[in-house]
Design a protein. Structure first.
Length: 280
């Protein structure tokens, strides 16, 4: 095992700076190619990607609104049912629809190709890690991708519809109509989905920080109150100014923070066990 690690280190040391740059160039080229392929596919599938996915939360037949109406009927609580969205979407710029079609296609391409992008990043980084570090980080691509898509789904199916409902029903005066520009709508939807996907990476961040010894379970518990305040502030920044949306994004992040504490605790126990075995 030590011989294999020594050979790997010798091979890495034998690579010049230009060789590393060449490797990085090919990783970047393959990543860009993957994004372009999915972007073109999304651009060509306009009726599905834009007509159903992007504009889905703007219509009352969206699955989230339908589920809320079923829950409202089962609980005899009509207030939970969202059966109207009093707003229209307009394009006030000549290039508005085309630019948003292109932008949304790029965003979809990035989201769909994310597992491959992270895999390319991991392939470039992992040779520089020790064998124990690579073993400890085994399955990183799977778990990072799983949390990313879980966060994106949460943002799309939960956070975005409720935020859109709040903003479309908010009025300073009944005489003021809500007529949203397509740019504003797509930007808001994209921000909510991507922000949720990124924030759901918290357990992975804690795992790697704990593995490197930068944080401990005791430290995370000691700074729990500070973390709660920080999470609430971030939730207020990325969500519309309504309490429900802020709580909705803050709650799963707090749960993931607590999960991160348990992850750090298990890593510390595993590290202590390994050190004890090495000493004996």
């Amino acid at each position: 095992m030590a011989l294999d690690q020594y050979r790997e280190e010798e091979e890495e040391e034998g690579m010049s700076f230009l060789d590393h740059l060449e490797q990085l160039r090919w990783h970047l080229l393959r990543s860009v190619a993957a994004v372009l392929i999915f972007t073109v596919a999304a651009f060509l599938a306009k009726s599905i990607v834009f007509g159903k996915v992007i504009l889905g939360p703007s219509r009352v037949d969206f699955i989230t609104y339908q589920m809320l109406c079923r829950i409202a009927e089962a609980l005899s609580t009509p207030v939970l049912c969202i059966d109207t969205l009093p707003f229209t979407i307009q394009s006030r710029q000549m290039t508005g629809q085309f630019s948003m079609h292109l932008t949304s296609s790029v965003v979809v391409g990035l989201i769909v190709s994310f597992p491959y992008l992270f895999w390319e990043v991991w392939k470039f980084i992992s040779p520089g890690l020790y064998s124990k570090e690579r073993q400890a980080a085994r399955g990183a691509v799977f778990f990072v991708s799983l949390l990313f898509f879980t966060g994106a789904a949460f943002g799309y199916f939960i956070l975005a519809p409720l935020s859109i409902n709040f903003l479309s029903n908010y009025q300073l005066d009944p005489s003021i109509l809500n007529e949203f520009d397509i740019t504003s709508y797509v930007t808001t939807l994209t921000m909510l989905v991507l922000a949720s996907a990124i924030m759901f990476q918290l357990p992975v961040v804690i795992y790697f920080l704990s593995m490197s010894g930068l944080v401990t379970a005791a430290m995370l518990r000691a700074y729990r109150r500070h973390a709660i305040v920080t999470i609430l502030i971030l939730a207020a920044v990325i969500t519309p100014p309504d309490v429900i949306s802020q709580i909705l994004i803050a709650m799963p992040i707090l749960v993931l923070y607590e999960a991160g504490i348990q992850i750090a605790k298990k890593l510390e126990k595993k590290r202590a066990k390994q050190e004890l075995e090495e000493n004996y």
